[in-house]
Design a protein around this ligand. Structure first.
Ligand code: F6R
Length: 241
């Protein structure tokens, strides 16, 4: 695991854009896209490089990590909508090539299996962007999630619902359930890139990178992966030994 500590959010975004841009330049890149606030600077930097003619996303495609269950795709906070408004709409990545779990599927268990099969059929994810929850979740694999889990429904903890309330009108509007790639699914991506910003993530980063490999800190599965880059600011790095 390589840990890259940068001075601020802008430098974190530059480093992440360098990594992702490398895959995009190779052509036919399969990007694993996280939502939430951590990757937003990186998406803005990738969009800038597209506008400046440095990157061309024509042959790229993407898979989202997760989606709220029961929230219509048209809802501005569905991850289907968020990834478009924050990233896809600002680059020449074909929206039809950006797939997400369908949180409105009738057969929600079957939807998890279908989504994993779609990732496998595409050849797997080249580079997976990840944020981390204050409780150590990645995707929405909350503490206690099986380290070999596949895409499935999970119940959000109250902590995560409180953390995400800032994106909604109030805490009661945050859905209770999500469809999330499992830890086993995420680990199949060929390169994991974790982004964390701010002191609020320092404990989770220390547990993920230096604590025991354990389902109690789902992000610790990164320790099991042969190619991981953790790109964080100094505040998020402040509890590392
Ligand atoms: C989002 C996701 C979550 C977030 C995590 C951190 O697709 O999978 O794991 O990455 O909750 O969220 P932020 O970046 O908003 O602190």
């Amino acid at each position: 695991m390589e840990i890259v500590i940068r001075a601020d959010e802008h430098e974190v975004a530059t480093t992440v854009a360098d990594i992702v841009g490398g895959y995009v330049r190779q052509g036919n890149a399969i990007l694993g896209l996280a939502t939430g606030s951590s990757p937003l600077g990186s998406y803005r930097e990738l969009a800038r490089r597209y506008r400046d003619g440095e990157l061309d996303f024509t042959t790229a495609s993407g898979f989202l990590l997760d989606e709220y269950v029961g929230l219509p795709k048209s809802h501005p906070q569905s991850y289907f909508s968020v990834i478009r408004s924050e990233f896809v709409d600002h680059v020449n990545l074909d929206p039809a090539r950006v797939l997400s779990p369908n949180g409105e599927a009738g057969d929600i268990a079957g939807e998890g299996r279908r989504y994993d099969a779609a990732i496998a059929a595409a050849g797997g994810v080249d580079v997976q962007l990840l944020g981390i929850g204050t409780d150590g979740h990645i995707g929405f694999n909350e503490p206690g999630s099986s380290l070999t889990s596949r895409t499935r429904v999970k119940t959000l903890t109250e902590q995560t619902r409180r953390d995400n309330a800032r994106f909604f009108d109030g805490p009661d509007d945050v859905p209770h359930h999500v469809l999330t790639q499992g830890l086993g699914t995420i680990r199949e991506a060929r390169h994991l890139v974790m982004i964390a910003l701010g002191a609020g993530k320092a404990d989770a980063i220390a547990a993920a990178a230096e604590g025991p490999l354990s389902a109690f800190c789902p992000a610790s599965v990164m320790q099991w992966h042969p190619h991981v880059t953790v790109v964080i600011d100094e505040a998020a790095a402040s509890k590392l030994k």
